[in-house]
Design a protein around this ligand. Sequence first.
Ligand SMILES: Nc1ncnc2c1ncn2[C@@H]1O[C@H](COP(=O)(O)OP(=O)(O)O)[C@@H](O)[C@H]1O
Ligand SMILES: O=C(CO)[C@@H](O)[C@H](O)COP(=O)(O)O
Length: 509
Amino acid sequence: MSDRILVAGIDTSTQSCKVRITDAQTGQTVRFGSAKHPDGTSINPDFWWQAFQEAAEQAGGLDDVVSLGVGGQQHGMVLLDEYGAVIRDALLWNDTRSAPNADALIEALGKEPLATDGSEDDLDSDIMQRGRQRWVRAVGSSLVASLTITKVAWVAQHEPEQAQRIAAICLPHDWLSWRIAGHGPLSKDATETEKQDNLQALTTDRSDASGTAYFDATANEYRYDLLALALGVSTEQAQQIILPRVLEPSEAGNNADPQIAGKLVGGCIIAPGGGDNAMAAFGLNMGVGDVSISLGTSGVAAAVSPVPAYDMTAAVTGFADCTGHWLPLACTINGSRITDAGCAALGVDYDGLAQLAAQSTPGAQGITLVPYFDGERTPNRPHATATLSGMTLANTKKEHIARAFVEGLLCSQRDCLELVKSLGTEVKRVLLIGGGAKSKSVRALAPSILGLDVELPVADEYVAIGAARQAAWVYSGEIEPPVWQVANETVLTGEPTEAVYQQYVAARG
Ligand SMILES: Nc1ncnc2c1ncn2[C@@H]1O[C@H](COP(=O)(O)OP(=O)(O)O)[C@@H](O)[C@H]1O
Ligand SMILES: O=C(CO)[C@@H](O)[C@H](O)COP(=O)(O)O
């Protein structure tokens, strides 16, 4: 029997659940499992539970892990009733139905009179712009449909009878951690104390809480007044709703239910977990000057910042990271699925798409894809669809269309990178991660379109690694997290092709 200490990192992401059993000392994978989530932007959380169990089983079970952490897709709204039962399907980060609610909440803050003490003299005179700026000051981010508070407002407006049943609100990683701790829906004969204890056991962390827009990560406190605004109730009424306790970066949460994880003496500690982008940054051991570009379902450019980022233009969200710092990021709703759509349209696999794209030239002979297939968040165009423009009889060929798909994906990420840079963020290194980083065509064109050399960490699950590293940290009780090596597969280089990005900028407007 091995005497090494094992921890588990779990990534409950948009498309799947991944379980990485990890050597706590080295960070190396010991066992791994993954299972798919259903498609869609409104999902019953029970599917996440099923996928977690399947992935854990595939990874050989969790009996021998001493600690685990859960990273997850951010912002998804999970509503629980007083018994801890899910009230309705969770609305995910990429569900855009709450765009009008985002605008209404922006307008509500924008309409409030200016402070008379001069503290708001720098705000814009336009009501919407002033509203955005007030949200940025209050919670670090202005509102787009992705953020949880807008989804809560949507339920209050469209499903008031469901809204009245809300006893607790949590996020995907909070909910899964809580289920692993053995909590969940209680029977109808549960006592008041049992019901309260069940919901009070919910925990979260700063990084994920900062994506709700009802948590101020600088003051480290929930803004019940803003939650009340979304629900259309008084602050006192909103305070009746249980929000997960925000754990410190290396604070131990609940213990896992031994039926689910941890059969060794002492059981299995559940670490705080976090939002997937913060967990990936932690898994990559990112520091100031590092920017990750993550190509999952979403496309994200994220940078570590030692100070809060307040983007008064409202384009970059000022989330927290999972170490006590900040993680300003720009995120697109359309990420790697852009290449999936290209493959489907052209009837090829990923390598086939890469081969075709390589036969074309920079700028795809004038064809440009603006890839807002599922609406978009950066820029904020929730009702947009994708457009392919610049097609002539001469250039309408498979290779140029393939190239336009890859260029469209990368140019949308260049937009995100430019926004993060516009905050004055120092960029010393760019790291490419996520499922889309496996794509040969993305690898081939990334440095030219981003205009920078791009480091490619060895293909691995960095959200799960971050969650495992946090679990090892919590278990160790040390002040500093363990140091795990992050190896690069290669550094991608290429001549900048600025004209490709300019062609894209002209097309997206
Ligand atoms: N071999 C591959 N080549 C190119 N792209 C890939 C490959 N494998 C996976 N992908 C891309 O990765 C995406 C999933 O990435 P992932 O980071 O797991 O997403 P999420 O974290 O949002 O669930 C898929 O949509 C697909 O586009
Ligand atoms: O909404 C955001 C970040 O603000 C997304 O990054 C989600 O967190 C989903 O992540 P993936 O499943 O695409 O990794």
